[in-house]
Design a protein around this ligand. Structure first.
Ligand code: NAP
Length: 282
């Protein structure tokens, strides 16, 4: 029987634990979120982050700028947040307007306040197999979900579709650090189905409907990271859930799979930065 990887259930469990931990913390962590421009999706994400943080007892500050803010002004703000002792975690909501070099902005965040784990320091630590301050939220959420269901990755062939700095590359590296054999595919990959059909675990992070039943072998573990709206405005993942779930041993739904785990990881990271702990097994 196919098991659903229930991200909502695990998120709620993580939140309950975090809440009782936060209730006992004499000084609460403070998450600063910087939002540039008026992209509606980014505004929703930022509001959700703020609401969720506050519901758990984490302080949160949202700093909003118009899309025409200069790169230097934004850099100055990041530096100010770095040296502000009341701020324990910093997140710059992506995407940024085109005139701003996102790498320059991310590079400027103090690694010990880098709640997304995206600075060169933290991603460098991840890639050398050392401990970063925190792991990037979505990859961390995926591994927490696999751990929760007792899915061992050592020695397994994991195929990751997508190679972004946010999801594909870090999740591939985290799995490699746990002794999986990892293949990373992308838009230029030829004969994608021939590769994905060899996967014991398939992680798809594309944002398009790419994974049908011909893409997986029997009993594969399928993790769907993608989120997009179809022509009817319905939220969809990369995977054709109906057909693929008949073959998979475990599968994450969209919504309700990786999405809730990303926000859970963000909250975990915020607390971990404030107290120097780690929820994820190394
Ligand atoms: P991204 O930066 O756009 O990366 C997409 C990746 O997919 C790229 O590496 C691209 O290849 C590859 N790709 C595109 N078309 C392909 C195809 N036909 N076959 C194989 N690979 C293809 O996106 P992202 O930030 O990684 O996010 C990916 C998806 O996950 C999006 O839907 C996003 O909304 C979702 N997401 C969800 C969560 C969550 O919490 N659930 C969190 C983050 C992201 P190239 O590199 O060659 O262009």
């Amino acid at each position: 029987m196919t098991v659903i990887l229930d991200g909502k259930k695990l998120r709620d469990k993580i939140f309950a634990d975090l809440k009782s931990k936060l209730d006992k913390m004499p000084v609460k962590p403070t998450l600063a979120v910087v939002l540039v421009g008026d992209d509606p999706a980014s505004q929703i994400y930022v509001n959700n982050k703020k609401k969720t943080a506050e519901s758990l007892g984490i302080n949160s500050v949202v700093i909003k700028y118009p899309s025409n803010i200069s790169e230097n002004e934004l850099l100055s703000k990041v530096k100010e947040l770095n040296s502000d002792k009341n701020i324990t975690a910093i997140l710059v909501q992506l995407p940024l307007p085109e005139h701003i070099d996102k790498f320059k902005i991310i590079d400027a965040i103090s690694p010990e306040k880098d709640v997304d784990g995206l600075t060169p320091y933290n991603s460098g630590k991840l890639f050398t197999g050392e401990k970063p301050y925190v792991y990037p939220c979505t990859p961390k959420g995926i591994l927490l979900l696999l751990d929760e269901y007792g899915i061992e990755v050592e020695g397994k062939h994991v195929v990751v579709i997508g190679r972004s700095n946010l999801v594909g590359k870090p999740v591939a590296q985290m799995l490699l650090n746990r002794n999986a054999t990892v293949t990373v595919c992308h838009s230029k990959t030829k004969n994608l189905a021939d590769i994905t059909k060899t996967a014991d675990i398939l992680i798809s992070a594309v944002g398009k409907n790419v994974v049908g039943e011909k893409y997986i072998k029997n009993n594969c573990v399928v993790v769907d990271v993608g989120i997009f709206r179809d022509n009817e405005g319905k939220i969809r993942g990369d995977v054709e859930f109906e057909n693929v779930s008949k073959l998979a041993s475990y599968i994450s739904p969209v919504p309700g799979g990786v999405g809730p785990m990303t926000i859970a990881s963000l909250m975990l990271n915020t607390v971990e930065l404030a107290e120097g702990t780690k929820a994820l097994r190394q």
